[in-house]
Design a protein around this ligand. Structure first.
Ligand code: GLY
Length: 360
């Protein structure tokens, strides 16, 4: 499929075993590429580096790798400077291509570096987690963290190509895979009842990393994501913001529970909360909220709010970028697979709903 953004349009390929085709796809899609730097972590390179290196070498590229830390630790200003220093030391020029080979954090760091290195070089996303394949590798958001908050330094950097191989997901720890499935459920709720049903039907196969089932959902999610990005590339029109379903409370809970909570686990908690607010406002039926809760539970994802203090949660929500003019913007579902509404929610309502959850 293609993300249609005029001269910044690019293809997204999703197929089992496609890691062996990355080199030839780069040669075909970015024919003037003079060299490739692979940004990855030791763990990912140990698991899948051989296959990527073979594919690049078969297409005439040297696999020149730059190792970065796993997870959020990669997303710092310091790591950005170190990565850029490595690229300069190794003589990468303006026609070089940066390959982001890892999960969302690697994609963010590499995307940001590709946006600013020598005023911008080509980027190829080769995501290795479910979360990155269904969401973060597509759409061009690239950012690192600042001590004042997550993702505060960054750029929009659309890749030239995204290559997703769902077979790579078999090596993910179960918890990481289930965390990614939370974002799949998100797409089902905000945009696609059929996808939601598919996850209900194939939950076990998805949790067992069965490549056929994963390929089907990754393709569908990539198509949905592309639609949002095409309509609202810079997240300014209130369209792409629907992808933040579950992220208002989710980000707060994730920040307060770091480092042990996974992103998708926090999003599941956030979707549970936003769903309850929706039901309270008469926007969604109780039965649909139950369906969401049952599906998340069947994927091992809790929707109850962990043991955190009300004042901490409110502070964390307010520090987030979803606060505008003093009120907190929530993405509120209207059903399973129907477009949500995005509304500022009054603090008293948030406090009341959190109170119902036993948060005090
Ligand atoms: N992950 C949300 C977005 O790309 O807009």
């Amino acid at each position: 499929m293609t993300v249609r953004l005029g001269e910044r349009s690019y293809p997204v390929y999703v197929a089992p075993g496609l890691i062996s085709g990355v080199g030839s796809l780069i040669a075909e899609r970015l024919p003037s590429a003079s060299g490739c730097a692979v940004v990855t972590s030791e763990n990912i390179w140990g698991l899948h580096g051989g296959a990527l290196a073979n594919s690049l070498e078969a297409a005439g590229f040297k696999a020149d790798i730059v190792l970065v830390p796993d997870g959020e630790e990669a997303k710092s200003w310091g790591e950005t400077a170190r990565l850029i220093g490595e690229l300069l030391d190794r003589g990468f020029d303006r026609r070089s291509t940066l390959i982001a080979f890892g999960g969302g954090a690697v994609g963010d760091l590499a995307g940001f570096a590709a946006a600013i290195y020598l005023r911008g070089i080509d980027l190829v996303q080769v995501p290795t987690t479910l979360l990155a394949q269904v969401d973060s590798a597509i759409g061009g958001k690239a950012a690192v963290n600042h001590p004042m908050g997550k993702n505060l330094i960054g750029a929009f950097k659309q890749p030239g190509l995204v290559v997703s191989d769902p077979e790579l997901l078999a090596s993910l720890p179960g918890r990481e895979l289930r965390s990614g499935l939370s974002e799949v459920v998100k797409y089902g709720v905000i945009a696609d009842p059929e996808l939601f049903r598919k996850v209900e039907e194939k939950g076990d196969a998805l949790q067992d990393a069965e490549p056929g089932a994963l390929t089907e959902v990754v393709r569908r999610c990539a198509t949905i994501k592309a639609g949002y990005v095409e309509q609202d590339e810079r997240d300014l029109e209130g369209i792409r913001a629907a992808l933040n379903y579950g992220h208002t409370l989710g980000h707060a809970v994730e920040t307060l529970s770091a480092p042990w909570m996974r992103h998708g686990e926090a999003v599941a908690i956030g979707m549970g909360f936003a769903g309850r607010v929706s039901v309270g406002l008469g926007l969604m039926k109780e039965g649909e909220l139950e369906r969401q809760r049952d599906l998340l539970a069947s994927l091992g994802l809790e929707t109850g709010i962990p043991d955190l203090k009300l004042v901490e949660i409110l502070d964390a929500i307010k520090r987030d970028k979803k606060v505008e003019g003093g009120s907190v913007r929530f993405v509120l579902p209207t059903g399973i697979g129907t477009a949500p509404v995005i509304r500022p929610i009054d603090e008293t309502l948030i406090v009341r709903e959190l109170g119902r959850e036993g948060v005090g």
